[in-house]
Design a protein around this ligand. Structure first.
Ligand code: G1P
Ligand code: ZN
Length: 539
């Protein structure tokens, strides 16, 4: 039986940088999820021929949301649903399942690295047949549906048991509960030299993989402990928990402080890595050493030949505009293509599909390649392990050698959080107006050479997207300003600060960037406008 339920639009269902992300208490309002899902299905023709993946990072409300998606999809006559066992699938594994099975899209229930629970966040990443998140034009069409919706359809079948690998039906829709790990592990084995990695992992090399109680716990256990033979206990915080055990599952220096403290202590193992809630972000640490994500992308690219899947060559490389220029220097040296896109992984998809790039990354702890259409936390960890297996060098030495070869981009991101939306919008609009007047002026010793909005022209679909403002200085330093598209609490102003040097390679970034950070704050007038004298978070 299919019920048609009357509903009223919510006006806040516009997708941000990565899907729809909301406070859980907002997402659990009556008909909130139902409206959004029906709006998506309203934009897809021939649903009776379409198949989708459903899964998520295990956070609070996912189990209820999955049952709703199944019933709404069935009522809309979707052909088939593939559902991750126990409702789990990481964002990268989900992308692979969509591509491998040629599905028409998928729903990964995750607010990524944001905390979970009733007082945390809930989210849906909606992917298309590309294997990646929908393009801006598609999310615009869905948003328009959410503003006009008056009813949704839902099937009246019993809740599906997600714990067994089996195939069931709800109305005409077939529902297959799938193993979310096996195909992903096979793909990793095709990319990397697992026997070589196994030698490293069983040779006394000590490492820790922190899944932060997100979805990569079971992936990590299978890959690092079972396949590669690392000792039991190598994977920590390994059970996906609805509230991430109280952790903020964001692998960075602030929220993975427990791991950072370990790596800067006497007891530090040789290597540590963490992933975020849904497994697309990564953080890499050595003994008393942190690899910044921008450097990570540059170092991986420079070492592509060490990995079996890439040894015959790679296409180009891309980064988000806010990410440091480190990878550009590698791309120039390797004589491969280099692209800069707006923030958000979806902008890399066309570049991968058209064989323009193989690797890509973002400063926000994201790195990945064209094996899928999402960033991939475990892939980055296996890549680093491969570099160590080959060179037998420490993480610090690998990075230091890279800087000696290419110079170093000191890099920090300053976030001003919880700003009223109108204040933030006005700050950005006024700053954009002022950009032309900055050229030629000197701030704390740095002279502006160019100042302009970042506008991306997609070479494949020829769409244009504006994302943030960029100020370049005569010495190669840069400041980038943009507003976050993933926050759930007012607006967040992100300022990205970068300074390039070829000497002084082992200084403290906060000291090296003090003058430039101060200049960034002066230029944006952030203190007068928000009352904030310091960023809330520096990463
Ligand atoms: C943030 C990051 C961005 C990343 C996104 C999803 O988006 O800055 O690089 O793609 O999360 O993980 P933002 O909040 O800046 O819009
Ligand atoms: Zn994520």
């Amino acid at each position: 039986m299919i019920e048609i339920i009357k509903t009223k639009p919510y006006t806040d269902q516009k997708m941000g940088t990565a899907g729809l992300r909301k406070k859980t208490r907002i997402a659990t309002q009556e008909n909130y999820l139902e409206n959004f899902l029906q709006s998506i299905f309203n934009t897809i023709p021939d649903l009776d021929k379409k198949s989708f993946l459903i899964g998520g990072d295990g956070r609070y409300y996912n189990k209820i949301a999955i049952q709703k998606i199944i019933k709404i999809a069935a009522a809309n006559n979707v052909k088939k649903l593939y559902v991750g066992q126990n409702g789990l699938v990481s964002t990268p594994a989900g992308s692979h399942i969509i591509l491998k099975n040629k599905l028409d899209g998928g729903f990964v229930l995750s607010a990524s690295h944001n905390p979970g629970g009733l007082n945390g966040d809930f989210g849906i990443k909606y992917a298309t047949s590309s294997g990646g998140q929908c393009q801006p034009s598609e999310s615009e069409a869905i948003y328009n549906q959410t503003l006009a919706i008056s009813e949704y359809k839902i099937a009246d079948c019993p809740d599906i048991d997600l714990s067994h690998l089996t195939t069931l039906k709800c109305e005409n829709t077939e529902i297959e509960i799938i193993d979310p790990y096996i195909d992903y592990i096979e793909m990793m084995k095709e990319i990397f030299d697992f026997p070589k990695l196994k030698k490293l992992a069983t040779s006394g090399f000590r490492f820790v993989f922190d899944a932060m109680n997100g979805v990569t716990g079971p992936y990590g256990k299978r890959i690092f402990e079972q396949e590669l033979g690392a000792p039991q206990g190598t994977v920590i915080n390994a059970s996906p928990l609805e509230d991430f055990g109280g952790l903020h599952p964001d692998p960075n220096l602030i929220y993975a402080k427990h791991l950072v403290d370990l790596m800067y202590s006497e007891a530090a193992p040789d290597f540590a890595a963490a992933n975020d809630g849904d497994g697309d972000r990564n953080m890499i640490l050595g003994q008393s050493f942190f690899v910044s994500p921008s450097d990570c992308l540059a170092i991986l690219t420079d070492n592509y030949k060490l990995i079996p899947a890439y040894k015959n060559g790679i296409y180009g490389v891309a980064k988000s505009a806010a990410t440091s220029m480190a990878v550009k220097r590698v791309a120039d040296a390797l004589n491969i293509g280099f692209y800069e896109v707006p923030t958000g992984w979806k902008y890399f998809i066309h570049l991968m599909d058209s064989n323009r790039i193989t690797f890509c990354g973002e400063e926000s702890f994201g790195a990945g390649a064209s094996h899928i259409r999402e960033k991939d936390g475990i892939w980055a960890v296996l890549f680093w392990l491969s570099i160590v297996a080959d060179t037998r060098k420490s993480i610090k030495d690998i990075t230091l050698e890279h800087w000696k070869k290419y110079g170093r981009s000191y890099y920090l991101r300053n976030d001003f959080e919880g700003i009223p939306q109108e204040t933030a919008d006005k700050l950005m609009a006024d700053l954009e107006q002022k950009l032309p007047t900055l050229v030629g002026k000197t701030f704390n010793g740095f002279t502006v050479s160019e100042a302009e909005p970042f506008i991306y022209h997609d070479p494949v679909d020829h769409s244009s997207n504006k994302n943030g403002l960029v100020i370049r200085f005569t010495d190669g330093s840069r400041i980038v300003y943009r507003l976050s598209g993933t926050g759930t609490n007012g607006a967040t102003l992100r300022t990205y600060i970068e300074r390039y040097v070829t000497d002084k390679l082992l200084e403290d970034p906060e000291i090296m960037l003090r003058e430039l950070s101060a200049a960034a704050h002066t230029i944006s007038d952030v203190t007068a406008r928000t009352g904030k004298t310091e960023p809330d978070i520096i990463t």
